[in-house]
Design a protein around this ligand. Structure first.
Ligand code: FAD
Length: 431
């Protein structure tokens, strides 16, 4: 078993933690010596082992072998959100969404399974939930999202046990799936979709499709009502066409202009209220408003929007030096909050961090994104875009979606592409 001193030494612990901890002066000297030894190499600390953070760690490890890379992630298993709507729809097991960090560790990255609880951007120090401090030359912040409880009146964490959001994959995904499987034939499912920006713009509509597919298959007298806090959404004409063709009256979508934005919920009564109506649901899937993961806020990296403003080309925070923000937490403007985009940003951020540490100018480049959405068990549609950074923003310079009216064979082919994309990205990041 490792002693605490040994663990601290392995972590390159700094003097800040020791001031808080009951260590002897000798332990402090040992830890300081370890820290000094490491300081000969540049230190990059990455917070968050999701599609952005784990990917950035791996790419940095490859391109900057002289850099000490530490990834902080509390969970020992990553549960991916992409394809989790297939789990909700009873078409996939949750275990197919889960990945360990063995591949990341085998790639030579130090993975610390703790939660980062504080960042001192002046001392360039991250504090972990066990009181240990890690020092960095550059910090990459990739904590994903936090759900904003009580933004919808009545919707707090306890309410999510009756009305799951399933917007962070895991037990919530299974809860929503199980509730759907228990619904009577003829029951009402109500989904509440949030206003933008939020994680995965087409995600609620892929979910609506796969819930409708389940109801059509297993409980055909049931109905799905989607209450949306906006009028437009990603791939809307394609989704609407697919819904009309595949699900008819079983799926009804209402937008904010129809007065459909949910303003409050009562999990005890299983009701959702808008300005004009109240709906009693057998199953309610409430996707609440979101913001950057809490540690980004604690680090002072968020603005009034709740997200993190960045300098587009390098992903450096506009609010703190030597900190980069990537993935869902960042304001990447036209780039959507997707795993595809997070992974693309991670690759570029790794390049920029390596170059900045080596006193080289940042790389000028463009990034792309593609998001597949299932509209049924074996049909999918997609949207793709190309983005270019200027001084203020990531601007969309090209893009498009699948064709309307495409034959079934094309939709099936896209479902195949989606499957290959998921296998590719997860093996690249976690394999
Ligand atoms: P995450 O993947 O959430 O990773 C963040 C990590 O940070 C987590 O592991 C978390 O534990 C860790 N963390 C948080 N706080 C701390 C802390 N204080 N200390 C240490 N670690 C911390 N995208 C696509 O491209 N294609 C899709 O088909 C797709 N489908 C989706 C379907 C659904 C239902 C949903 C909800 C999302 C979907 N997405 C899809 C979006 C995708 O899941 C996110 O955009 C992506 O996960 C963002 O990556 P990230 O690394 O920023 O955040």
């Amino acid at each position: 078993m490792k002693t605490r001193r040994r663990v601290l030494k392995d972590l390159g612990v700094g003097a800040g933690a020791l001031a808080l901890s009951p260590f002897t002066a000798r332990a402090a000297d040992t830890a300081r010596a370890a820290d000094t030894a490491r300081a000969a190499r540049s230190r990059v600390v990455i917070i968050g082992g999701g599609f952005a953070g784990a990917s950035c760690a791996r790419q940095l490890r490859i391109i900057a072998q002289d850099v000490d890379v530490t990834l902080i992630e509390p969970s020992t298993t990553f549960t991916a959100c992409p394809f989790s709507n297939l789990v909700v729809g009873g078409l996939r097991r949750l275990s197919q969404q889960q990945f360990s960090y063995r591949g990341v560790e085998a790639a030579g990255i130090r993975v610390v399974h703790r939660r980062a609880v504080d960042v001192d951007p002046v001392a360039k120090r991250v504090r972990l939930d066990d009181g240990v401090d890690l020092f960095y030359d550059r910090l990459v912040m990739a904590p994903g999202i936090e759900l904003i409880w009580d933004a919808l009146e009545g919707y707090d964490e306890a309410a999510s046990n009756r009305m799951p959001h399933a917007w962070q994959a895991g037990t919530q995904t299974l809860l929503l799936r199980d509730q759907l499987q228990a619904i009577p034939n003829g029951g009402l499912v109500v989904m509440a979709a949030p206003a933008s920006p939020y994680r995965c713009p087409p995600g609620p509509y892929e979910r609506a499709s796969l819930i409708a597919a389940y109801l059509k298959r297993e409980k055909p007298r049931s109905k799905l009502l989607v209450l949306d806090a906006k009028d437009n959404f990603s791939k809307k004409p394609l989704f609407m066409q697919a819904w009309q063709r595949l699900y008819g009256d079983l799926l009804e979508w209402r937008g904010v202009s129809d007065g459909a934005a949910v303003t409050s919920v009562d999990p005890g009564k299983m009701t959702l209220r808008t300005d004009f109506d109240e709906f009693k649901a057998d199953v309610a899937n409430v996707i609440p408003p979101q913001r950057a993961g809490m540690i980004a806020r604690r680090a002072g990296l968020t603005d009034a929007s709740g997200w993190c403003p960045i300098r587009p080309l390098t992903f450096e925070s506009r609010l703190a030096e030597s900190i980069h923000v990537i993935g869902d937490a960042a304001i990447a403007n036209a780039m959507p909050k997707s795993a595809y985009a997070a992974n693309a940003q991670a690759g570029l951020c790794a390049q920029q961090v390596a170059r900045l540490l080596a006193d080289k100018p940042p790389l000028e480049t463009k990034l792309s994104n593609a998001c597949y959405s299932y509209v049924s068990q074996d049909h999918a549609i997609s949207v793709a875009g190309v983005y270019q950074p200027d001084d203020t923003a990531w601007q969309a310079i090209d893009g498009g979606t699948s064709a309307l009216d495409a034959p079934d064979a094309v939709r099936r082919m896209e479902a195949g592409y989606a499957d290959e994309w998921f296998r590719g990205i997860t093996s690249q990041v976690f394999g």
